[in-house]
Design a protein. Structure first.
Length: 201
């Protein structure tokens, strides 16, 4: 399957997907970043993947930004759109266009800790457990049907950075695995539910 990956930063999840691409039947058609300084662009370049920078600060409205992102994505006619640390919120119209084809990774055990700064918020809330979720993207921010999660224990010695590192290790394993379910045709969004091998998750 052809995939487009959207990033905003370091791109360590992108790297995990690049490293596994052959094994998970994914051809990464291009990488799109809203941030020209994203290290993920270097990773994509090193892998010979075409890159596009679409700087959101250059647009007057969300709609105008989304329009250009959407035109860029559609040029590649992808089967799957992968949000791998993409830190912009899309308009509902944009999301509807890719309904059932767009996956996001979020660093928390959704529905807990939607939004930003999840690791610090988990520590502040004295949670014993934290982790990562992969979900289908719907119009609700971080609210689409969850497909899979991995958990890590929160240690008394943790700060946001040590916790983030352990969660990232799980992210790098889980995202390629879920993408592979999709490229194998085992995963779909049906009636607002994530379905794997014909069973609701
Ligand atoms: C990852 O932790 C990912 O879960 C998170 O951004 C980080 C990107 O890291 N995504 C979100 O917060 C989405 N709301 P990376 O650029 O090294 O893959």
């Amino acid at each position: 399957m052809r995939g487009v990956v959207l990033i905003s930063g370091s791109g360590s999840n992108l790297q995990a997907i690049i490293d596994q691409a052959d094994n998970i039947d994914l051809n990464i058609s291009c990488v799109i970043s809203n941030n020209a300084d994203a290290y993920g662009l270097t990773r994509a370049n090193n892998a010979g993947i075409p890159c596009h920078v679409i700087d959101h600060t250059q647009f007057d409205s969300r709609e105008a930004f989304d329009q250009v992102v959407s035109e860029t994505i559609n040029r590649y006619n992808p089967d799957i759109i992968i949000l791998a640390g993409f830190m912009r919120i899309f308009t509902e119209a944009f999301v509807q266009q890719y309904c059932g084809k767009m996956l996001n990774i979020h660093p928390s055990l959704l529905p807990k800790f939607q939004g930003l700064n999840t690791h610090q918020r988990v520590i502040d809330a004295n949670e014993k457990e934290h982790g990562v979720s992969i979900h289908f993207v719907t119009a609700e921010l971080d609210g689409g049907p969850v497909i899979a999660q991995s958990r890590v224990a929160v240690l008394p010695s943790d700060d946001a950075s040590s916790l983030a590192k352990r969660v990232l290790i799980e992210e790098h394993k889980l995202f390629p695995k879920v993408i592979h379910w999709f490229t194998q045709g085992r995963l779909e969004l049906n009636n607002g539910k994530a379905i794997l091998d014909g069973k609701a998750l």
